[in-house]
Design a protein around this ligand. Structure first.
Ligand code: DOR
Ligand code: ZN
Ligand code: ZN
Length: 428
């Protein structure tokens, strides 16, 4: 790992910053960890010069939905190992979900994360639990957790079943000016399921999870957001009807944002026919029709952000039969390349539209002063080689877990250098 401090001059890159509608060849000067000059023909003085002609310079990518397994399962992923995987994927900021052991539902666990975050290779922002122990029974100390540094609240891994409790959580979140990030799932409807419910699940003999399990909770939470005026962020949208419900709610003025993962716009339930347990995710992979609706939602702005939902699990856990394997796949190192392959190359989104959903939009959702290449801002950058052909190999995985169905896939376009607060944290 090459870590460089001191001034850096990045020359001749195509700078794409959707926050200022920038798309042109520019030089960028970094001093004291901040952007200090942006322009043409900047002089190097005593700076380290990176000539990135032919490459694309982006604001550092921001992942607002990452699972690190520390505390509790440090053999599966630590804050440090997750941050290394992040910078290899072009991410300079990641937000970690609270479903750790113990969960991030109290001040000391939050402090522990913030302490560990100081040694990480990228910025780490903790999301705290909505309810104590994520049990859905009583609210966590939301005010205290927010004041200590939680950027949002979520019981991700499950939904909040009790509508009154969700209403109260939203009321607090409104007062605190942070969003509720909701994993929309009616757990009774999902119970025992391990893939999308439909013809394919019947043929495979696997119990299904109906789309309604997600959609019922999306509908409820949209209504509660409307009732309370709170900011609701819906995690990993996977169905056509969810996209439609959110589109309608946005039209009515409900303060809702939402996200999608690369696996939900890349793979369908057909992938489960392999019985590869790395295709087992929650919400499950859906159908072609759902992907079409997600693409439309991305294009028209209904879907604001793209997130990894990086969810590491050990091979020994994933080696169970499909029904008994845990849900989740890693994603930090493949997100950008899947966005390029599935959305940009196929002209679903322009490059600038795609980058917006990986930078400024997620920053806005969580009130982070990030995601822009702007003088005075932290110098977080991802440099991408759009022509680089590469294969995702198991030995390239920086995460402590290797649960990805994309191992062996070929890609064009890759992060080749990541700068966090003016430090080169990854370069190849
Ligand atoms: O696939 C998933 N993995 N979905 C979740 O909701 C939780 C996550 C995890 O923590 O493994
Ligand atoms: Zn979730
Ligand atoms: Zn998640």
């Amino acid at each position: 790992m090459m870590v460089t401090r001191g001034a850096i001059l990045i020359k001749n890159g195509r700078v794409i910053d959707p926050s200022s509608k920038t798309d042109k060849v520019l030089d960028i000067y970094i001093e004291g960890g901040k952007f200090s000059k942006i322009g043409k023909n900047l002089k190097s003085r005593d700076a380290k010069v990176l000539d990135v002609k032919g490459k694309i310079v982006l604001p550092g990518l921001i992942d607002i939905h990452t699972h690190l397994r520390e505390p509790g399962k440090e053999n599966v992923e630590t804050i440090l190992s997750g941050s290394v995987a992040a910078v290899h994927g072009g991410f300079t900021s990641i937000c970690c979900m609270p479903n750790t052991t113990p969960p991030i539902d109290n001040a000391s666990t939050l402090d522990f994360i913030l302490e560990k975050a100081r040694d990480a290779h990228c910025n780490i922002y903790p999301i705290a639990a909505i309810t104590k122990e994520r049990k859905g029974e009583t609210l966590s100390e939301m005010v205290e957790l927010k004041n200590l540094g939680a950027v949002g609240f979520s019981d991700d891994g499950k939904g909040v079943k009790d509508s009154l409790l969700m209403r109260r959580a939203m009321e607090y979140s409104l007062m605190l000016n942070v969003p509720i990030l909701e994993h929309c799932e009616d757990e009774n409807l999902s119970i025992g399921g391990s893939m999308n419910e439909g013809y394919t699940s019947t043929v495979l003999g696997l119990q299904g999870i109906p789309k309604e399990s997600e959609e019922i909770m999306v509908a409820r939470d949209l209504l509660l957001a409307e009732l309370t005026g709170a900011r609701l962020h819906i995690c990993h949208v996977s169905t056509k009807r969810s996209v439609e419900l959110i589109r309608e709610a946005k039209k009515r003025g409900v303060k809702v944002t939402c996200e999608v993962t690369p696996h939900h716009f890349t793979l369908t339930e057909e992938a489960v026919k392999s019985f590869d347990t790395n295709t087992k995710v929650n919400p499950p992979l859906r159908t072609k029709e759902d992907i079409k609706a997600i693409e439309k939602g991305l294009k028209d702005g209904t879907i604001d952000a793209i997130v990894s939902d990086h969810a590491p699990h050990l091979s020994t856990e994933k080696e169970f039969e499909y029904e008994n394997a845990p849900f989740g796949m890693i994603g930090l190192q493949t997100t950008l390349s899947l966005v390029m392959k599935q959305l940009v190359e196929r002209e679903i989104l322009t490059l600038s539209e795609a980058v917006e959903k990986l930078t400024i939009n997620p920053a806005k959702i969580l009130n982070l002063k990030k995601g822009q290449i702007k003088i005075g801002h932290d110098a977080d950058l991802a440099i991408m080689d759009p022509r680089k052909q590469w294969q995702f190999r198991q030995e390239d995985i920086k995460s402590l877990s290797i649960n990805s169905p994309f191992i062996g896939w070929e890609f064009k376009g890759k992060a080749v250098c990541t700068i966090v607060g003016g430090r080169i944290e990854f370069s190849e």
